[in-house]
Ligand binder design. Structure first.
Ligand code: NAP
Length: 259
């Protein structure tokens, strides 16, 4: 049976590792990101190693009509998407009022709008076939406000809330929606988001492949939410919900300081 996964943000980091995991299982791929040359590298590597078919679609998902363009290009290839992995995303550091609005707007467009519209477009086919797996990449940032990274944390709270809600809407179908919520991971994210020297980003930085594997396996099992290690899971389930908000904000702000 065909098993084609569409992965956004597959030119590097967690997305590239998720693509490798899917190819290892013999699944074909549609890879999306802006850097077409980097996508081609992934394609050549995975096709040679795993004898799968990999399609590359170079697209800036911040553009208004990008999700629709993506859907049309996948349809033109005659492909049905069995696995949808919404992974592309970025963050930004600094007090909200001091940040460039264009950067935060782009972040909301990618992390929230594109993820939502892509899900809407591809979910319809999954529902018609009554089959599919969705993995949305959020973050531990989904579970508390992030002073110093306010918009990023809020976008990830959106992803976790949205994903869990549609998982419940789809509960009586053969479609599952899993939310991956990693802590810090060693990828290009640290540099792009300007958080490599932020305190909370320096401790317990996870390996990208380990995180991808946790997410991919949880997706195959149809789990609702997964973090990449038990300490984060403990924080999410037991510490964060029991901590008074003022204290949580203070601690969260501290972890966002540089140095
Ligand atoms: N690394 C962490 O510490 C961490 C922790 C928690 C959650 N996450 C989340 O994990 C996901 C993957 O991040 P990562 O750590 O793997 O970061 P990364 O190495 O920076 O990878 C981000 C991916 O998204 C793509 N991308 C960025 N902007 C795009 C755009 N406008 N249109 C299309 N694709 C775009 C990038 O490709 P191009 O540059 O080629 O477009 C790249 O493939 C993100 O959603 C991030 O928020 C990361």
């Amino acid at each position: 049976m065909a098993n084609t996964a569409l992965i956004t943000g597959a030119s590097g980091g967690i997305g590239r590792d998720l693509a490798a995991l899917h190819a290892q299982r013999g699944g074909d791929l549609v890879l999306v990101a802006r850097r077409g040359d980097a996508l081609q590298d992934v394609k050549h590597e995975l096709e040679a190693k795993h004898h799968v078919t990999v399609h590359c679609i170079a697209l800036d998902l911040i553009e208004n009509d990008a999700p629709r363009q993506l859907f049309e290009r996948v349809s033109a290839l005659g492909l049905e998407i069995d696995v949808l992995i919404n992974n592309a995303g970025f963050g930004g550091h600094g007090n909200f009022h001091e940040r460039d609005w264009a950067d935060d707007e782009a972040m909301i467009r990618l992390n929230v709008m594109a993820l939502c519209e892509i899900t809407h477009l591809f979910l319809k086919g999954m529902v018609a076939r009554n089959r599919g797996r969705i993995l949305n990449v959020a973050s531990m940032a989904a579970f508390l406000p992030g002073p110093g990274m306010a918009v990023y944390y809020a976008t990830k709270a959106f992803v976790a809330s949205f994903s869990q809600a549609i998982a419940e809407e789809l509960r009586k179908t053969n479609i599952t929606v899993t939310t991956l919520c990693p802590g810090p991971v060693k990828t290009g994210f640290g540099e792009r988001t300007n958080v490599s020297d932020v305190k909370g980003f320096q401790a317990n930085v996870a390996d990208s492949m380990d995180v991808a594997r946790k997410g991919y396996e949880a997706m195959l099992k149809g789990k609702l939410v997964v973090t990449n290690d038990w300490k984060l899971s403990f924080l999410r389930k037991f510490v964060i919900p029991r901590t008074p908000m003022r204290l949580l904000l203070k601690v969260s702000r501290k972890t966002m300081e540089k140095g």
